[in-house]
Design a protein around this ligand. Structure first.
Ligand code: HPA
Ligand code: ZN
Length: 326
């Protein structure tokens, strides 16, 4: 079966490092990891919450050293995403997590950009890069990264906000997002994953984001749902991630059908596929099978993913036509 075309809008490149790749990079770069083999590493993939995942996610990044490593990681994701039906990908990168362990920004950006530049020709996937700011670091650190990335001149789509949510509200980053807006960049932020609906309000009102990443806790606030429906603000929902990080108890309890029912502009995404049990196709299959989403609902999710993307209009029209032709 040919998979339905989708845009993937919520994907952390560093979250695509498969255990096998982590061990191979560790050996190549002579990095000591406390795991003897893939089984020992994979046994760690049992998370109590977002922070317990982030601890492993950041630790495993130690294996990424050279531009070639970053290019390889990005290219491997694009190849796998293409097989999943992804035709357009807007991917997050966490530069602060690499700068803080002594890797030069040029090394990181050169590798990722090289792979993204050839994504359409090589994999049939158009792509763009979103620089994600670590919200548990200072606003000054985010501003420094923004300045450095802009000065580097590699093409980027916009900025986002990720990492440990609770205790780090969007309001902390007002100046950073204002500066990014002045640079003409797109603005998105993780909000309402573990954090309260108030963080979604802040992301909208104080940061001016165009999309909310996750956002599922909006359902706790009727006025917020009404606002998101009226403005058709895209929410990039990540079902398998929500289960693995215990944001929802079970895939069968996921609120995606309720969100669709209420008219929210939701799409399905894989977040950190190497850690959460699957790529975009696995997420789509999971929601179809566990939540009984029919063909019409899946088509709505595919259409939403394209219209919510920052792809140019020509590409959007092309992808929407592909979706319509089934
Ligand atoms: N949430 C917040 N920050 C992240 C995530 C996530 O799921 N993945 C990588 N950084
Ligand atoms: Zn995420």
């Amino acid at each position: 079966m040919v998979p339905m075309p989708f845009a993937e809008l919520h994907l952390h490149l560093e979250g695509t490092l498969e255990p096998e790749t982590i061990l191979r990079l560790a050996e190549r770069n002579r990095i000591d990891l406390p795991y003897a083999d893939v089984d020992a590493l994979s046994a760690q993939y049992d998370f109590a919450d977002l922070q317990s995942f982030l601890n492993l996610y950041y630790a495993n990044m130690a294996t990424l050293q050279t531009a070639a490593d970053f290019a390889e990681m990005t290219d491997a994701y694009l190849a796998r995403a293409a097989r999943a039906g992804v035709r357009h990908a807007e991917v997050f990168l966490d530069p602060q997590a690499h700068l803080s362990r002594g890797i030069a920004l040029e090394e990181v950006m050169d590798g990722v950009s090289t792979a993204l530049e050839s994504s359409l020709a090589t994999h049939g996937v158009s792509s763009g890069l979103i620089i994600a700011m670590l919200r548990d670091h200072s606003a000054q650190s985010a501003m420094n990264v923004l300045d450095a990335v802009v000065a580097l001149g590699k093409p980027i789509l916009g900025i986002g906000l990720d990492s440990a949510e609770v205790g780090h509200p969007p309001s902390k980053f007002i100046d950073v997002f204002a500066r990014a807006r002045a640079e003409g960049l797109h603005l998105v932020a993780h909000a309402g994953e573990e954090g309260p609906p108030a963080y979604i309000w802040e992301a909208l009102d104080l940061l001016g984001v165009e999309r909310v990443d996750h956002g599922i806790r909006c359902l706790e606030d009727d006025a917020l749902v009404e606002r998101l429906v009226t403005e058709q603000t895209p929410l990039t929902v990540c079902p398998l991630s929500n289960v693995r990080l215990r944001v929802v108890d079970d895939i069968a309890d996921h609120p995606l059908p309720a969100m669709l029912q209420r008219g929210l502009n939701v799409s399905v995404n894989s977040d950190d596929p190497a850690y959460f049990g699957g790529y975009l196709d696995d997420n789509v299959t999971a929601v179809r099978d566990a939540l009984g989403l029919d063909e019409a609902a899946l088509t709505t999710l595919a259409r939403n993913s394209v219209t919510a993307s920052f792809a140019d209009d020509t590409r959007k029209v092309e992808l929407l036509a592909e979706i319509a032709s089934g």
